[in-house]
Design a protein. Structure first.
Length: 250
């Protein structure tokens, strides 16, 4: 019963976020903003909402929001650790995995929030433009997924994250900052890699079900390869989209 209530609460929260992003995207599209600007505005609304809620908790009657987040992480990890122990995994390996999870999930929570907000903004853009283009002349049909590109200058964000992490003392605030930059930009370039795979799925006429299964397998098995594909597209231009007549860019 508790699990069901938790799932319902998460679903309700996701719908609220998607609704907020959709209103922002709709406002941007109606006023003639480009698709990528509309997506960023949708993401910004969610980031401001989440950040404002956290700040209000910190300043209000619940000053231990971060402690509550850490407690939730520990509870989730206890369940995961027990499952790993039942599989006869050595305790040293379990502790090492816990350290990685804490480092790249708990302490990289800002990067995951921003990444999730960008995804919600992107989803809201497709939802609003798909429906709105049928009724509102100012809203055009959504751009095909396979045409999206990450602006080339964003590679410097990934490089900066790597440099900051490399030259920062272990477990310092600077290292956490570098980790957050890496997580954020690796998520962005994973998105870029997926748009490239979508291009080839379309080119090779993959059925829709096969495409969905392929995306799931890419996330499960070759997540790093998809990200590397997105980075390499800066130089190799797999889809030949860098011609002046091709748009859009994200």
């Amino acid at each position: 019963m508790d699990i069901l209530l938790s799932l319902l609460a998460e679903l309700a929260t996701s719908l609220i976020f998607l609704g907020l992003a959709s209103f922002a995207v709709y406002w941007a599209l109606i006023r003639g903003y480009q698709a990528r600007t509309a997506i960023l505005m949708g993401a910004l609304v969610i980031v401001v909402y989440v950040g404002g809620s956290f700040a209000a908790d910190q300043l209000g009657s619940h000053p231990d929001s971060w402690a509550a987040i850490q407690q939730t992480f520990d509870q989730i990890w206890q369940v995961k650790a027990k499952a790993l122990a039942d599989e006869k995994m050595p305790q040293a390996d379990i502790d090492a995995i816990q350290g990685l999870f804490k480092k790249y999930f708990l302490f990289c929570l800002p990067a995951w929030i921003i990444s999730g907000s960008l995804f919600a903004g992107f989803l809201a853009y497709y939802l609003v433009s798909s429906i709105g283009s049928r009724f509102v002349s100012r809203i055009t049909a959504p751009k095909p997924f396979w045409q999206w590109m990450v602006p080339e200058p964003m590679i410097f964000g990934l490089i900066l994250g790597g440099v900051v992490k490399l030259f920062s003392p272990e477990n310092s605030l600077m290292e956490i900052t570098g980790d957050n930059l890496l997580v954020l930009f690796l998520a962005i370039y994973t998105f870029a890699g997926l748009t490239i795979t979508s291009f080839y799925f379309r080119k090779w006429r993959f059925p829709t079900i096969a495409r969905l299964l392929s995306y799931a397998l890419l996330f499960e098995i070759t997540f790093n390869a998809v990200c590397i594909l997105g980075v390499l597209d800066i130089w190799l231009d797999f889809r030949k989209l860098k011609k002046p007549s091709v748009e859009p860019k994200l």
